[in-house]
Design a protein around this ligand. Structure first.
Ligand code: NAP
Length: 248
């Protein structure tokens, strides 16, 4: 494989559909071997499986491993990361993309929704990040990217469990950039600049009408992720990036 990511190994959490699938395909297209990690191994209510995505990559001449992974479960995360290292020999790049959406106001948020947002969107990022760090360090550097949202800054639009969980991830990653600078590991957050009409958004976006100018093509996140994946702490680190603000 040739390309800007040739020889690199990327672990993409939440790669069975939506933005994670687009990013996984783009990283493979750029030459990376990709661990396609998520829970869905068989078609369910929402389309997309890790095997479909891995098969698309290998059919295109790339290297992929479908790895079952529930980011909220420590053992599941550790074994997905171990399987990736056993298959590809290490990890250079993490895209911590797995996420759930809940846009309800605080007053009408059931506790289980609040907890799900924190478990998947925050603890999930913590677990996959903690699991890959020693492997990325062993490569002499690499890049960790957590997918967040512009909603973190939209305090005039209210509060919800989703935005709160993503705000915490941004704080986690900004601090982690300082911790890992000496290891030459870049640590950044990335979000779409606008809305990407993924399976998850269509299922959880509360049926909101989105004007065409507010819709972002999935390729913007793919291009931004490839750019961030290809660098280390000598480049961009300790930042919150928006897809359409990065050079294409
Ligand atoms: P999506 O279509 O719902 O996809 C979500 C992905 O996360 C799926 O692959 C799902 O896989 C995975 N996931 C959920 N729970 C998981 C768990 N416990 N363990 C492992 N994987 C899990 O969502 P999307 O719109 O592509 O969003 C992707 C990311 O971008 C999310 O972090 C989201 O917050 C962020 N984001 C999206 C937008 C947007 O406009 N779409 C805007 C801002 C930020 P399984 O169900 O197979 O496990």
């Amino acid at each position: 494989m040739t390309g800007t990511l040739a020889g690199k190994v990327a672990f993409v959490a939440g790669a069975s559909r939506g933005i994670g699938r687009t990013v996984a395909l783009a990283l493979a297209e750029a030459g990376a071997a990709v661990a396609v990690a998520a829970r869905s191994e068989r078609e369910g209510k929402v389309p997309g499986t890790i095997h479909d995505v891995a098969d698309r990559i290998t059919a295109g001449g790339g290297r992929a491993l479908a790895v079952p992974c529930d980011v909220t479960n420590e053992e599941s995360v550790e074994s997905a990361v171990a399987a990736t290292v056993a298959e590809f020999g290490g990890i250079d790049v993490l895209i911590a993309n797995a996420g759930v959406l809940w846009l309800g106001p605080v007053e009408s948020t059931p506790l289980r929704r609040w907890q799900l947002c924190l478990d998947v969107n925050l603890t999930g990022v913590f677990l996959v990040t903690r699991a890959v760090i020693p492997h990325v360090r062993a490569r002499g550097g690499g890049s960790l990217v957590a997918i967040t949202t512009t909603g973190v800054g939209m305090t005039e639009r209210g509060a919800n469990a989703y935005w709160v969980s993503k705000a915490a991830v941004e704080r986690l990653y900004l601090g982690l950039a300082a911790e890992l600078k000496a290891d030459n590991i870049a640590v950044n957050c990335l979000s779409p600049s606008r809305i990407v009409l993924t399976e998850g958004w269509l299922a959880g976006g509360s049926g909101r009408e989105i004007p065409p100018e507010a819709v972002e093509p999935p390729q913007a996140m793919a291009d931004a992720a490839v750019l961030l994946a290809g660098q280390d702490a000598t480049g961009i680190t300790g930042t919150v990036q928006r897809s359409e603000s990065l050079p294409g």
